[in-house]
Design a binder for this molecule. Sequence first.
Ligand SMILES: Cc1ncc(COP(=O)(O)O)c(C=O)c1O
Length: 306
Amino acid sequence: MLFAFASGIGAISAVFQLLKVGDHVILPDDVYYAVNKLMEDVLKRWNLTYSMIDMSNIEDVENAIQQNTQLIWLESPSNPQLKISDIKSISKIAKKNNILTVVDNTWLTPVFQNPMKLGADIVVHSSTKYFGGHSDVLGGCVVLNDSKLADDIKAIQRLSGAVPSPFDCWLIGRGIQTLHLRITKQTKNAFKLAKYLESHPKVLQVLYPGLKSHPQHKLAKKQQNKGYGAMVSILLNMTEEETYNISTKLKLFTSATSLGGVESLVEHRKSVEGPDSLTPDNLIRISVGIEHINDLKADWEQALSS
Ligand SMILES: Cc1ncc(COP(=O)(O)O)c(C=O)c1O
């Protein structure tokens, strides 16, 4: 069953509204920034508590479970550090402890990852990203296959108002028709760009699960359906200011906070997230589009050598 929302964060909020006062949630330590803010600025007032941990470490997940833990939130790859978590093992641990496992599958889409087949209870997507695919619509969805949870989500969707407009639904439906083509091409470009950036002397590290150098490359290979996605983060051998300046020197990559569209986007994540962000100063997040790979590489070459 799929429930459509007016935005990804609308879908995410609906899932958190399944919880009750006093519940505890486990989140990745580099969870999508707005989820952290939602917990800290809104849901804390409802006495919900949370722990942020390194989800790529199973022992940390087990140790974080408390008596009142009701939900484990996963992003794999995580935003923006592209850590991979073992969805199957974590879902198993969660089930044993009567905890819901929720996976935000925005970055890989169902083309490359099917969390419910790996044991997750709920999957959420920001349809704003790859489903829409053209950076011109907002949307989100919650996917599940439990009728009790579905009744609850349906009531939350209907009563709290984050419903999408008919036109936005039509745009997202049209986008989904080309999802497979777009994300396959974007992923091919991302892999080639990641390889190129990895060999550049000004790049300290490339965070991309398709590279053998990625700490969870083997897990990504096993868990994902032959695709590593089109999001890449890089750490530059530079100060915060220099890193930010590089992001503005790119000509083909537009500076923007969203991702997943056909055109390549880039952002200096820390300056978007603000002073309490835990994202490294020297990190640039790249959403790779469908342009010619030679043009994408040439743009980085000129920006990095400027
Ligand atoms: C992983 C992830 N989930 C959810 C969202 C929120 O989606 P929306 O912008 O549609 O509210 C984002 C937005 O950047 C995201 O990156």
